[in-house]
Design a protein around this ligand. Structure first.
Ligand SMILES: O=C(O)/C=C/C(=O)CC(=O)CC(=O)O
Ligand SMILES: [Ca+2]
Ligand SMILES: [Mg+2]
Length: 444
C-alpha cells in the first residue's frame, strides 16, 4: 500500500491537550493530534468576528490568537493567516506542500512536551462554547451518485423497468446543486412545500412534502482549482482536494418523483443541504488510504478516469453513521438511535474520478467548491443510507426503541450524522457531527 505518511501521522504522538488522547487505546475524541481538522467559529452567543481554527480534543485552537502570540515559525505564518480567516478559501487555494507545512507546525505546537505549551493553551476555547459558520465561501456545488448500491435500490423505486441506466458504469452521474441553501450543522431544516402528484391522481397539487428524507454523503472541498479549459489529470486529482466533511443532501422524495424527468432533481433537493463544520484534510486521511477496484466483469474506466495508483490508494476507509431522535425521544431523554452504518469504500466511483470527470470538459474548479459523493449506501440492509432505500419507499417503516415508526421524517425529528476512520495500528480520527432538526412547513 502506498501511503505517504510523515511524523504528523505517527500513532504514538500524544498531545498535552489531554482530551485529545486515547484512553487505554480507545479514542476519547474525534479530534486527536493526528487529525487537526479546520473550521470557522466564534464564541456562541456573541457578535465576534468569525475566524478559522483547528479542533484538538474538546477544544478549538484559535489561529488568530496563535498568530498574534507569535507561536508559529515564519515559514508557515502566511498559511496560518489564511487558516485564521473567516472563510478558508485562501488556505484551500494554497499548494498542498504549504498546507502540509502548516499541519506539521500545528502538530509541533500541540504535541506532548512542546515548549510553547503554556502560551498555546491560552489560545484554546472549549468546543462546547463556540458556534460555527460554513468553512468556505462555496461558489459551486455538484452532487454525484457514486454508490451503485444506492443507484440500484433507488433506481428500482423510481424506474422499476430500468433501475441503473447504461451510462452509470462509464461516468460518474451527478447533478448541479444549489449553493445558497447550504448550511452548517445545527441549522434546522424547514419542511418544503412543492408540487406532488400521486401516480393515479389526474393533476398535481401544491402542498407540504410528505416524504422528507436525508442522504448520508461525504462532501469534498476543493483545494487548488484549475484554469478554465484545462482539465485536471486524474493522477493529479487528489492534490486538488483540500479535505472532506459530512454532507446531508436533504431530499423531498414526493417532489422529486414528479419533477425529475428528464433533467434531474431540482426543487426536491435545493431547499437545503447540511454539512459538518470541520473539514478533515486529505493529509489527515492518508493512513486510511486503501485500494479501489471495479467489480469483476464491469467495464474498465476510460483512460482519463483511471490511473495506476488507484488500485493501491484510490479509496479511503471512512465509516458513516446516521442516528435519529424523534421529539418524543428527546423529551424522554432517550439518546439518538443508530439507523444506518455504511462505508465510503463501497462506492463505485472514487474521489479522484469525480474531480477528473468534472473537469474533463475543461470546467474550472474553484477553491472551496463542494462536491457531494452521493448517498453512500453499501450492500447490507443497515448500510442503506437514506430512508427511501431503508424503508422501500415508506412501505417498510423502521421501528425505533420506543415503538415509534418512521417511513420518512416527521416534524421535530433530529438527524445526526457521524463519521470516522479506524484501523489497527493507526489512531482513530472522526469528523464530528452534522445535526439537523426538521421544522414544520412554513405557513404563507
Ligand atoms: O435515481 C434517481 O433518479 C435519483 C436518485 C437520487 O435521489 C440521488 C441523488 O441525489 C444522488 C445521490 O445522492 O446518490
Ligand atoms: Ca444526493
Ligand atoms: Mg441538497
Amino acid at each position: 500500500m502506498q501511503q505517504r505518511l510523515d511524523k504528523t501521522h505517527d500513532a504514538h504522538l500524544r498531545s498535552w491537550v489531554e482530551s485529545a488522547n486515547p484512553v487505554a487505546g480507545v479514542a476519547a475524541s474525534d479530534f486527536p493530534i493526528q487529525n487537526l481538522p479546520h473550521g470557522v467559529f466564534r464564541r456562541a452567543g456573541t457578535q465576534e468576528a468569525w475566524r478559522g481554527g483547528v479542533a484538538i480534543g474538546d477544544y478549538v485552537m484559535d489561529l488568530a490568537a496563535v498568530l498574534a502570540a507569535g507561536l508559529l515559525p515564519a515559514m508557515v505564518e502566511d498559511a496560518a493567516r489564511k487558516a485564521a480567516a473567516a472563510t478558508l478559501n485562501d488556505l484551500m487555494a494554497l499548494p498542498a506542500p504549504q498546507r502540509r507545512a502548516l499541519r506539521a507546525a500545528l502538530s509541533d505546537l500541540l504535541v506532548e512536551g512542546a515548549v510553547q505549551r503554556e502560551r498555546t493553551a491560552r489560545c484554546l476555547l472549549l468546543l462546547a462554547d463556540v458556534e460555527h459558520a460554513l468553512p468556505a465561501r462555496i461558489e459551486n456545488f455538484s452532487d454525484y451518485y457514486s454508490s451503485i448500491h444506492h443507484a440500484i435500490n433507488v433506481g428500482a423505486l423510481f424506474r422499476p423497468d430500468n433501475p441503473v441506466l447504461p451510462n452509470y458504469r462509464w461516468l460518474p452521474v451527478g447533478y448541479t446543486g444549489r449553493v445558497s441553501s447550504i448550511r452548517v450543522s445545527g441549522v434546522d431544516v424547514t419542511r418544503p412545500k412543492g408540487q406532488l402528484k400521486a401516480p393515479d391522481a389526474p393533476t398535481p397539487t401544491y402542498e407540504p412534502c410528505k416524504r422528507l428524507d436525508y442522504e448520508v454523503e461525504l462532501g469534498m472541498l476543493i483545494g487548488t482549482g484549475n484554469a478554465l479549459g484545462t482539465p485536471i489529470d486524474i493522477r493529479e486529482a487528489d492534490e486538488h482536494v483540500f479535505g472532506v466533511c459530512l454532507l446531508n443532501d436533504w431530499s423531498a422524495r414526493d417532489i422529486q418523483t414528479w419533477e425529475y424527468q428528464p433533467l434531474g432533481p431540482m426543487l426536491s433537493k435545493s431547499f437545503m443541504t447540511s454539512i459538518s463544520p470541520w473539514v478533515v484534510t486529505l493529509d489527515a486521511l492518508e493512513p486510511y488510504r486503501t485500494g479501489f477496484a471495479r467489480p469483476d466483469g464491469d467495464p474498465a474506466p476510460l483512460p482519463h478516469l483511471w490511473c495506476e495508483t488507484m488500485s493501491e490508494r484510490g479509496s479511503i476507509d471512512i465509516r458513516l453513521q446516521m442516528y435519529l431522535q424523534t421529539s418524543r425521544m428527546r423529551e424522554a431523554g432517550e439518546a439518538p438511535h443508530l439507523i444506518s452504518d455504511s462505508r465510503f469504500t463501497d462506492a463505485y466511483w472514487a474521489m479522484a474520478q469525480l474531480v477528473a470527470h468534472q473537469t474533463s470538459n475543461g470546467t474550472n474548479l474553484c477553491p472551496g467548491d463542494l462536491m457531494g459523493s452521493g448517498t453512500l449506501s453499501g450492500p447490507e440492509p443497515l448500510s442503506r443510507a437514506c430512508l427511501l432505500e431503508m424503508t422501500q419507499g415508506g412501505k417498510n417503516p423502521i421501528t425505533l426503541p420506543n415503538g415509534e415508526q418512521r417511513g420518512f421524517l416527521a416534524d421535530g425529528d433530529t438527524v445526526l450524522m457521524r463519521g470516522y476512520c479506524q484501523k489497527e495500528g493507526a489512531v482513530r480520527i472522526g469528523f464530528g457531527e452534522c445535526r439537523t432538526t426538521v421544522l414544520p412547513v412554513m405557513q404563507p
